[in-house]
Design a protein around this ligand. Structure first.
Ligand SMILES: *Cc1c(COP(=O)(O)O)cnc(C)c1O
Length: 234
């Protein structure tokens, strides 16, 4: 499933924040001599309720991201019944006691980052007969408080996920330090992904998705530029 560009009818709504983000993605892709279709927009709806999400679905968006399993469980099953095309991404840290719920709910998990989680996900995939697409999160800034594998361990961890847990790791994900220039982090993630033979790159948020596209992002995770400022802590 690709995030669809707005159709002709919806083009008239090109003044919405969502349409503006879509246009900026296309422009950034073309500026980097890339096909805009290669860049998937994940609309990050954390903290926002269905009344804010449905208008974005109405503009053609099918791909959404949440950072908490519990919040997503409360919000998405109802929406999915109404909109069966939805593709749901987990972009926040995963605890192993939530692995069953995460594998049951999400189509893509971006935050595989340690042995215990890889084991729990593999077990649940076998048990539930579901196979979400998987990304390994890399802590490119080496921040103590942030999830993700050490960049020096990334290739070995991806290999262990594949060889020991039978997990098909499709890509790498990063969340650069807030106060730093993100370019070098995106470049590092791209290099690590090539080394680990991971074709997909989940990087770039509201503040830096155009830079991420320049560095090869295949998935950008954009929240506030679409939904506005979050008032609840995420
Ligand atoms: C909240 C969040 C985003 C989106 O952030 P914005 O700055 O609102 O675009 C992207 N990635 C992760 C991991 C997040 O938690």
């Amino acid at each position: 499933m690709q995030s669809r560009p707005p159709n002709a009818d919806q083009m008239t709504k090109s003044d919405t924040p969502y349409a503006a983000v879509m246009a900026r993605i296309s422009q950034a892709a073309r500026a980097a001599a890339r096909d805009p279709q290669e860049v998937r927009l994940i609309a990050v709806s954390k903290t926002f309720g269905p009344e804010r999400i449905e208008p974005v679905i109405a503009q053609g968006q099918t791909v959404f991201g949440e950072n908490r399993v519990q919040e997503a469980q409360a919000k998405w099953p109802g929406l999915r019944e109404k909109y069966p095309d939805i593709e749901l991404h987990l972009i926040g840290p995963l605890q192993s006691n939530k692995a069953a719920d995460a594998v049951g709910l999400f189509d893509v998990i971006h935050t595989v980052d340690r042995e215990k989680i890889a084991t729990a996900i593999a077990k649940e995939m076998a048990k539930q007969g579901r196979s979400p697409q998987l990304f390994v999160q890399v802590n490119t800034g080496g921040e103590a408080q942030k999830s993700g594998v050490d960049p020096r361990e990334a290739a070995a961890f991806v290999a262990r996920c594949r060889d020991e847990h039978g997990l098909d790791i499709a890509g790498l994900m990063c969340l650069p330090p807030f106060e730093e220039n993100p370019g070098p982090h995106f470049a590092l993630l791209r290099k690590l992904a090539a080394e680990a033979d991971c074709p997909l790159l989940s990087m770039g948020m509201s503040a830096d998705f155009e830079t991420a596209i320049e560095f090869g992002a295949t998935h950008v995770r954009v929240g506030s530029a679409i939904f506005g400022e979050r008032h609840k802590p995420a």
